[in-house]
Design a protein around this ligand. Structure first.
Ligand SMILES: [Zn+2]
Ligand SMILES: [Zn+2]
Length: 155
């Protein structure tokens, strides 16, 4: 990925710039992500908060508390409905970006796939990707970030 990289929502109201390479790229196959995005799985890119610079527009915040204690805080454009990134309340140093909003994202290949226990039956996980039956733990996320950095993967 060439830096800075730019991205934004579908209508163009919200635009942002990435100043540093992502820490981790993963796909989530949980039923909540599928329903939220209306797609077969969701992709997520963990970025440092300081690496994400807002260029224009003010994305709205959607906050949701789940009965199991998890919390979602998702930024979206209120003109086109496009989701841009989430702001995990327990990890203010990172943003979890929807990589499909980057102007160029073909080089962002998931390091890991989580919630394979609920993945769609026709889905084939690419060889070389790490697979996890449920939610990645913080320890697993740190290990995957270190593995990505050890590879020198700048994409
Ligand atoms: Zn928009
Ligand atoms: Zn999910």
């Amino acid at each position: 990925m060439e830096l800075p990289a730019e991205g934004g929502c579908l209508c163009g109201e919200v635009r942002y710039r990435l100043l540093r390479p992502p820490l981790l790229v993963y796909a989530c196959h949980c039923t909540r992500c599928r329903r939220l995005t209306g797609t077969a799985f969701a992709m997520a890119t963990i970025m440092e908060t300081v690496a994400l610079e807002q260029v224009s527009g003010e994305p709205k915040l959607l906050a949701k508390d789940w009965p199991d204690g998890t919390q979602w805080c998702i930024r979206f454009c209120d003109r086109c409905g496009g989701q841009l990134w989430s702001e995990p309340p327990y990890a203010p140093d990172v943003r979890v970006l929807r990589p499909g909003t980057l102007d160029e994202h073909s080089g962002l290949i998931p390091d890991a796939h989580q919630w394979l226990s609920s993945a769609l039956p026709w889905l084939q996980i690419p060889a070389g990707a790490r697979s996890f039956d449920e939610q990645l733990t913080n320890e697993q996320i740190i290990e995957l970030i270190q593995a990505r950095q050890a590879r020198g993967d700048e994409a």
